[in-house]
Design a protein around this ligand. Structure first.
Ligand code: FAD
Length: 512
């Protein structure tokens, strides 16, 4: 027995301390400094790994960045923020005493303007939502409350199985939470669409439209995405959105500062042009300025372009990559010389035929003539984002990905429609109030952030098994290659990108 134990100790010592490098002897390269890339860099640096981040742009944060146009500041990408505890978790993991992240919960989830003129402000919190939907839309309070409770339970059931761990490593996936997750998944909407579930649950189509809208949070259609995606309403309506002090850019600023404290090395304006490999093992990356070696490479760029541009001689996993892409967006950034009391931080102007809009986005790939309009105004809570008596409007519509549409013509057409609609609803000539304007659209999303065809979240979740078709967080063929960000498992949105980093860290710990 003693001899056997000694042998085991010898084997372990020999295997782990002699043959394999320790974490402190390892180096990792992260391609891209989106929130998924920054979170991965923090996690690996904290383990003692030497981390270098290569970023094609001049700034960190990827789509979570901010720009000043004249006297107006805009967050250029995300505006809805849930699960702020994931940022707190990274600060506490890093052990930083200096870096702080402050945010507040918004009381209002969103203000809705329906096509027939009805207006509705939804205050976050289960009881308040039920009260509002009952008073304004005639819903049974108990039905709304039960629905929201169910979404909380569904969220808690699927989180440890489908979000927090890799779906592609049996030992992650197979945990004690599986039976409950599978049970709830099959019972509450794997096979029926979000819209079917919502229209069956609620009596008023307007209530259903509000819940359906949440499918767009990961670039999908409520008419195709599985009902289980209603778990988003737990985050948006039960818990409610948060707002970081200083705007959304505070998220990437915080993560960047943590990276610097942990000694992560950044190389901005340096695009990676290929991933180097020998004998099915990554050995580093190539850029225009040289080649850099590392045992680990983590790609935070769109997984489609990782294969197309950086691994062009390597067989790409076509099943993962050929799935339908998520939607893209057209965004107008308007500096508006007036304040509107009718508007809040998040506002939605619905159209009459929601279904046709999604058909246009995903099937005919057209910019719908009467799209749902989202207006985000951060200056409602961050007054310095706009001059006195003015507001910074981030006006966004969901759009198809870029398949060669005549974007210049389409954007002008839809701009005119949006201005007419907002002017009519708000009773003001909006165009006359715009003093500065910038535009973002699918071609720019592709060129600035390298999102394939301008898709925001990689694959859409427009099928029951979309979660299983997302690319894993590691390569099954190239040792040392990992993936973080919204285009891989577990999917779209800042919280999921932060989760992908957690999964990458676990996979690397297991592999090295
Ligand atoms: C208009 C818009 C609105 C959105 N709204 C929301 C929202 O409200 N809430 C939400 O949670 N999410 C929203 N999103 C999605 C959001 O952007 C993501 O959730 C998240 O920011 C994506 O993070 P990521 O880690 O995947 O990386 P990304 O932000 O995509 O960053 C990838 C980085 O990789 C870099 N890169 C690419 N190729 C290379 C290369 N070859 N070499 C070096 N660097 C490279 C890019 O420059 C980029 O910085 C929105 C996106 C857009 C565009």
């Amino acid at each position: 027995m003693i001899a056997w134990k000694l042998q085991l100790v010898f084997q372990r010592t020999y295997q782990f301390n002699f043959c394999l490098p320790t974490m402190k002897e390892l180096s990792a390269i992260v391609i891209g400094s989106g929130v998924g890339g920054l979170a991965t860099a923090i996690r690996l640096a904290k383990k003692g790994i030497q981390v270098k981040v290569f970023e094609a742009n001049a700034f960190p944060g990827g789509k979570v960045n901010s720009k000043q146009f004249g006297n107006y500041r805009f967050d250029m990408g995300p505006s809805v923020f849930t699960e702020p505890h994931l940022i707190d978790e990274l600060i506490s993991l890093s052990g930083s005493k200096e870096v702080t992240f402050q945010y507040h919960q918004l009381e209002e989830s969103c203000r809705y303007f329906f096509a027939d003129g009805q207006e509705l402000t939804v205050i976050a919190g289960e009881d308040k939502v039920a009260e509002t939907f009952s008073k304004a839309l005639g819903e049974d309070k108990i039905v709304v409350t039960n629905f929201l409770k169910r979404q909380r339970k569904n969220y808690e059931a699927v989180y440890p199985v489908f979000i927090a761990v890799s779906l592609h490593r049996f030992k992650h996936w197979f945990n004690r939470h599986v039976p409950n997750a599978l049970l709830r998944l099959t019972k509450y909407g794997l096979l029926s669409s979000m819209h079917k579930v919502n229209s069956k649950t609620f009596s008023n189509p307007k209530t259903s439209q509000i819940f359906d809208r949440l499918a767009t949070y990961n670039g999908s259609s409520p008419y195709k995405t599985p009902g289980m995606l209603n778990i988003i309403s737990h985050l948006e309506l039960n818990l409610g959105p948060a707002m970081p002090n200083g705007g959304m850019v505070a998220i990437s600023d915080t993560l960047y500062k943590l990276c610097l404290e942990l000694g992560v090395n950044f190389r901005f304006n340096e695009k990676v042009t290929s991933i180097l490999q020998t004998n099915n093992q990554v050995t580093g990356v190539q850029t225009a300025f040289g080649s850099y070696s590392s045992e680990i490479v983590v790609s935070n760029m769109d997984v489609h372009f990782t294969y197309e541009k950086l691994l062009s001689n390597f067989a790409a996993p076509s099943l993962n990559l050929k799935q339908e892409k998520s939607s893209s967006a057209i965004v107008f950034y308007w500096g508006v010389k007036k304040q509107f009391q009718q508007l809040g931080v998040h506002n939605i102007f619905f159209n009459e035929n929601y279904k046709e809009e999604f058909k246009a986005i995903f099937e005919t790939k057209e910019v719908y003539f009467d799209p749902t309009i989202y207006v985000h105004i951060s200056s409602k809570v961050e007054q310095s984002d706009a001059p006195l008596s003015c507001e910074n409007w981030f006006v966004m519509i969901n759009s198809p990905i870029n398949v060669g549409q005549n974007w210049d013509v389409e954007i002008q057409k839809v701009r005119t429609h949006i201005l007419n609609k907002l002017s009519k609803v708000l009773g003001e000539n909006i165009e006359a109030l715009i003093e500065i304007e910038e535009i973002n659209e699918p071609r720019k999303i592709e060129s600035i952030y390298s999102g394939k065809q301008g898709s925001i979240y990689g694959n859409s979740s427009n099928s029951s098994f979309a979660a299983f078709y997302r690319h894993p967080n590691f390569s099954k063929k190239l040792k040392g290659l990992y993936f973080a960000g919204v285009t891989v498992h577990p999917g779209g949105g800042i919280p999921l990108a932060l989760n992908s980093a957690k999964i990458v860290e676990r996979c690397i710990s297991e592999d090295f």
